[in-house]
Write a protein that binds this ligand. Structure first.
Ligand code: C5P
Length: 306
């Protein structure tokens, strides 16, 4: 019998995030292009009498806001999967090693949920079909299906309907986290307040064809004008301290700076690793925490069995 399974799940960013008027269920229709990038959470599951969770983190990642009980989305994922198979007697200890910032707009919780689904499936030989995994993932959160598939994909619906797209780019992202997180629901609420209802009502978000074309041809340098995030204005309005940081980054790298999802993490895009390393050196001199991450990278991957 398998004793432990470890699954690695990537962070996500939104190369494009188009947001429409709030739906009756409280979610917003999205037209987004996700890219999985090389910051990871590793989730290890082992059989246990009852569901348990323990989280540790890389330096610079604050765990204060991560639930250490059954409210954690990873535990909810594990429970949803065994319920789907009518196996309520199954439970696991879930150990999470976080390399993705918490409440950073990079889908860290979604990554944990996706990794737990795959890990628990393998641990108990549940043989869940890909379609069922994606459906359970969508119930857990809008970004969870994307964390399963990774790469680069279009997201529609509330973000949960994912379709891979051709991406031959090799992007290098300099990731600049912020120690104070942002609540995604709060940013969406602020977006609703800031955008005039009548303007938004007529608006159906759509993905720019030029972005898809640039991804297909692999031209990183032409991507930058199409990088756009409809939540950025709301996030920056809520958090003026981020504007200062954004302006600092934009002075260094005009046009290449993007807010990740609902923030507060900011990103700068580079066409090769050397350029990204030089940029990272500049941030080190300025005393700013940062990481380097390539994109696109694979979705959830089993990295250890024992
Ligand atoms: O799907 P998820 O649980 O990750 O969403 C968290 C919150 O973000 C939702 O409760 C909602 O307030 C907001 N949200 C939204 N529209 C989306 C996705 C998320 O309003 N498409």
């Amino acid at each position: 019998m398998t004793q432990a399974v470890t699954v690695r799940a990537p962070a996500k960013i939104n190369l494009y995030l188009g947001v429409g008027p709030v739906r009756e269920d409280g979610f917003h229709p999205l037209a987004t292009v996700y890219q999985a990038i090389g910051l990871y959470d590793d989730v290890t599951v082992t059989p246990a009498e009852q569901w348990e969770i323990h989280t540790v983190a890389d330096a610079g990642i604050d765990l204060a806001a991560v639930p250490d009980d059954e409210d954690n989305i990873a535990i909810r994922a594990g429970k949803a999967l065994v319920a789907h198979h009518h196996r309520p007697e199954l439970a696991a200890h879930v150990e999470i090693h976080k390399g993705i910032p918490v409440a950073g707009g990079m889908g860290g919780g979604s990554a944990d949920a996706a990794a737990t689904l795959v890990a628990v499936d393998r641990l108990f030989d549940l043989n869940t079909s890909d379609d069922d995994l994606l459906a359970i993932a969508a119930e857990l959160g809008s970004d969870v299906p994307f964390a399963l598939i990774g790469g680069t994909a279009i997201g529609t619906g509330r973000g949960e309907i994912v379709e891979p797209v051709v991406d031959t780019t090799q992007c290098w992202w300099v990731v600049v986290p912020h120690e104070i997180g942002l609540s995604t629901p709060l940013v969406y609420k602020h977006f609703d307040m800031m955008v005039a209802e009548e303007l938004l009502e007529a608006f159906q978000p759509a993905i720019p064809q030029s972005l898809l074309g640039d991804l297909a041809t692999g031209d990183v340098l032409t991507l930058t004008p199409d990088l756009e995030n409809d939540l950025a204005a709301a996030a920056y309005d809520l958090r003026p301290d981020l504007v200062e940081l954004r302006e600092r980054l934009e002075r260094l790298w005009p046009d290449a700076v993007l807010l990740s999802g609902s923030g507060p993490t900011q990103l700068a895009l580079f066409a090769d690793r050397d350029a990204a390393r030089i940029a990272a050196g500049t941030l080190s001199q300025e005393g700013l925490t940062h990481w380097l991450a390539p994109g696109p990278v694979a979705g959830c991957t089993v990295i250890d069995y024992s």
